[in-house]
Design a protein around this ligand. Structure first.
Ligand code: SF4
Ligand code: SF4
Length: 109
């Protein structure tokens, strides 16, 4: 997650609940908890950017590092894909709508 004045990530965390999120081996070197608290993909399923699945169980519908207050518990060392995710992007808006953070848009204002 990132943050802009219009899209406040505080108390949101929708993107951390809506999408399957993966970390790379490099991400896991930066943050040791990734290795111990997420699910490592079978070698034949892994790619360069997808080695660890941050939803440890199939029915676990949120990232393992998302706290109850919707903040990231590894924010300083979060995976690269999380750093690139832009607040206000199309995916951000979709996540917020799907999570009920905001109601579906009926106007552009
Ligand atoms: S969905 Fe958007 S506003 Fe919410 S935490 Fe993610 S980037 Fe921030
Ligand atoms: S690591 Fe942090 S920013 Fe990334 S999906 Fe999980 S809770 Fe969200």
């Amino acid at each position: 997650m990132a943050q802009t004045s219009e899209y406040d990530c505080t108390n949101c965390g929708a993107c951390c609940r809506c999408f399957p999120i993966f970390a790379s081996a490099e991400d896991a070197e930066q943050e040791i908890r990734i290795k111990s608290e997420t699910r490592r993909l079978e070698p034949h399923l892994a790619t360069k950017d997808k080695v660890y699945q941050l939803y440890p169980l199939p029915f676990h519908q949120r990232c393992a590092f998302l706290l109850q207050d919707q903040l990231c518990s590894i924010y300083a060392t979060r995976p690269e894909v999380c750093r690139r995710f832009a607040a206000g992007s199309t995916q951000c808006i979709e996540a917020r709508e799907r999570s009920g953070v905001v109601k579906h848009h009926t106007s552009t204002k």
